[in-house]
Structures are given as structure tokens and as C-alpha cells.
Design a binder for this molecule. Sequence first.
Ligand code: HAM
Length: 431
Amino acid sequence: MKFKSITGTKDLLPAESHRWQYVEQIFRELAHRYNFKEIRTPVFEHTELFARGIGELTDIVSKEMYRFEDRSGNSLTLKPEMTAAVVRAYLQHNLGQQQPVTKLYYLAPMFRQERPQKGRLRQFHQFGLEIIGTPGAEADAEIIVMTADYYVQLGITNVELRINSVGCEKCRPQYKEKLKEFLQPNLPHLSEDSQRRFETNPLRILDSKDDRDRELTADAPLQKDHLCTECNEHFTHLQEILDEANIEYSVDGKIVRGLDYYTKTAFEFISSALGSQDALSGGGRYDLLAKEIGGKDVPAVGVAGGIERLLLVLEASGTETGEEPHPVVYLAAADNDSRAWLYGITRQLRKHNIPCDTDLMQRSLKAQMREASRQHAQYVIIAGSDERKNNEVVVKNMEVGDQQNVSVDDLVHILQQQLSGEHNATEKSRA
Ligand code: HAM
């Protein structure tokens, strides 16, 4: 075949899609339990929104964006992350007008032209939460606690939460100078990337993956030890709430994140099951972003996590991720003249919420029975001209092997009874 999917993108095939539905459904349910409301924004935005929001000098903006010009000459970009887009929508639609605090969640595809590897794709998917409208550390805690709850609910245990404070526009400039003073003598020995970052974003040198950089920054001064009073109180209060909520974490002064909009809280959930791409999710506070993209001053905090990475961790730990759905009932025609009649019954069952399937290829009864087994149907309904004459069908229980004739008028009721009986029995055996 001439065409293949683009490097770094993946087809989600039917054998896998139930696993995605499972993690997405748990996320939605949990978000609703925490009173977050869903937001969906377009897949592309004006390039400038991300350039200003995330920061011109970040890797995402300078190297990774899918940027293109449309036919009218506008520079547009496939969204590399949601936060800037969510804040744009919040400001544009004045969402803060109705209530002081807006709690939003999303599940959406993102696009970054990175070098593909395990856990790193060019189209990937994020779950995310944003709380817009309050500077309080309670909101930071709410974001972190729900993310931790999500992992617990999925059965992910090998995950570690690291938190930090990256200060604010008051205390960061002085700290930056201190850090540069410390790094200056060893500047020629730092990696090329870090040398480049020395002027543009020296904080990012602290989370370099390069061994030599790590050695040279082992004793570097950290922002968390040079916070202004306001940032310090905020960080202490966040830790108090996390302690009360029984959330395990460690303070890691080297968590600086790759996006420029963070102030005060920055955090990551890391999993050892992921190898070098070990961040399951990350986030923090971004009090200056709304103003940066031309809006009013609105404090906010949020998180986003990769769904692909989540599924990798679940797979590595062998955790159950739901079952592939299959039809409960398969309807098989014993002769061609009965097919249309049987299709009417299929429709009745579906109207009553009974998942079923039937032959669409005019296959022989034998082939239809084989198909029913292949699809793991619990019941097969068989009908030919004799059954049709009597307005009845044969219902075969595939597990037990027995079969009975049932009047079409009673069919839905009988199937519903049998299925709810089985459901109750499984619930009992589970309990
Ligand atoms: P981020 O750290 O760039 O933050 O991405 C969040 C998560 O998305 C990462 O921890 C990782 O799980 C996943 N991820 C990122 N890039 C890739 C990739 N190329 N392939 C697979 N997964 C990836 C943000 O995007 C911020 N918007 C988070 C945030 C929300 N901050 C405040 N609110």
C-alpha cells in the first residue's frame, strides 16, 4: 500500500479501543464527582496564542509546533497543549462572569513534532484539568488530589508525585541571577542545550537529562529556597492541604517544567515504568497567562497527562482495563426467506438495549453459528420458515448448550430476565 500513517501517529484499532474508553470513562466520572465541567476547543488556533502563552523560547514553540499558513495567509498551529486554548476560550466567552471559580476538564489530541520513541508521539492525547479564577493553594491541591485519585482508581501504584515552587515575577529574577552566578564557572562544561539555555531559560538547565549537567547542577541553588514571603506561604499551605488529604509527595527543587507560564506551584507525577519519558502528567499554577495573551488578570492552575503513557503503565503492571465488548445475542437465519423477518427482531432487541448482531453476508446456518461463537455471543436466536409461521424463534444458550422455543412476543422479556439473572449472579460472585 502506498499510504501509511504519519511517523509518530498511531491508529487506534478496535482491539485496543475499549481500553481507551475505559480510562476516559473513569476520568470523566471522576471529573464530574469533583464538579469539573467539560470543555472542547478547536484543534487549531492562531500561532501567536501558543507563542505568547507557552513562550517563544521554549522547545515546544521554537522546535515542535505544527505550524502552517492557511489560504488567507493566517499563521495557524495544531494545538501542542490545551492550557493556552482553554484560557483563550475562558476569556473570549467571559466564563468567569457566572461564578468566581471555573473548573474545566478535557480529553483531547495534541500535536508536537518531537522525535518519536516509546511514550512519545507526534499526535498524542491528554486528559487535563484547569481551575481558573482563584489564587488559593486549595485549587492547586484540588488539581493534584484529583489526579492522584485518578491513578488510584485505575490501579496505578508505581507513581510518584514531585512538587516544587518556581516563584513569581517578584522573586524569580533575583533567583535567576543567583543560579547564573553558580553556573557561570562551569558554563563551557555544560551540554550544548544547556549552554544555549543559560541566557534564555537557565532554570531549565536544572531538569536536563544529561549526566554531566546533572553532576554540575547537583548543588545548584534552588528557587524553592529563595521564594518571596507570598510564594513561600502559598507553597507551605499547599503542603499542609496535601498532608491532610493523605497525598504522598516529595519536594523536588529541580521540577521546572518545559512551559514558560508557570508561577508558584509546579509538579509532576512520575512513573518508573516509563523509562526515559517518565512524566505521567505535569502541571502547575499559571497566574500570568491570561494577561500574557491579552486578557485580564486571572489566576489559575491545572494539570495534563498523556493517555498513551497511562496505558503503557497499565499494560506494564498487567492491570485490568475493561473488557472488549461483544454482542450478547447473535441472530442466525436458517433460510434466506427468513432473513428480513429476523432483521425486524434484531431491531426490536436493539430498541430494548440488548446488544446483538446478525449475519450481513447471506451465509449458511453453519457459518452463522461459527460466527456467533467467534463473537462470543451468549445466546443465538435461530429462525427458519417453520418458526416464522408460528411467530417464534429458537433460543440457544451457547454456554450451557440447551435450547428452547420462545414466542416472539415474549422474547425481549425472557432475554432481559435471563441477562439480569446472570448479571445478579456475577455481582454476587464478585461480592
Ligand atoms: P506537558 O508537561 O507539556 O504539560 O504535558 C503533559 C503530559 O502530556 C506529559 O506529562 C506527558 O504525559 C504527555 N505528553 C507530552 N508530550 C507528549 C508526547 N510527545 N507524547 C506523548 N505524551 C506526551 C502541558 O501540556 C501543560 N498544558 C499541562 C498543564 C495544564 N499545566 C497547567 N495546566
